[in-house]
Design a protein around this ligand. Structure first.
Ligand SMILES: [Zn+2]
Length: 69
């Protein structure tokens, strides 16, 4: 049994599940990213790179560079 104790800093409800949404992270280049939101008040808790999306992009770029894409 898992006891969740992490609370949303805005609404202060205990969070057992975060809502994940795709976002674009822009800077020197654009990258696929994800945001993690509170399921109750929808405040963004964290943002990070989308590792699965980055891996798919890398494979596609390699296939294209090798003339197989
Ligand atoms: Zn909240």
């Amino acid at each position: 049994m898992v006891i969740h104790s992490g609370k949303c800093p805005r609404c202060e409800r205990t969070i057992a599940t975060a809502k994940v949404e795709n976002i674009k992270i822009s800077g020197a280049a654009d990258y696929k990213g994800v945001s993690y939101s509170c399921p109750y008040c929808h405040s963004v808790l964290s943002v990070s790179m989308d590792q699965v999306g980055l891996n798919v992009d890398l494979v596609n770029r390699l296939l294209k560079a090798l003339g197989k894409g």
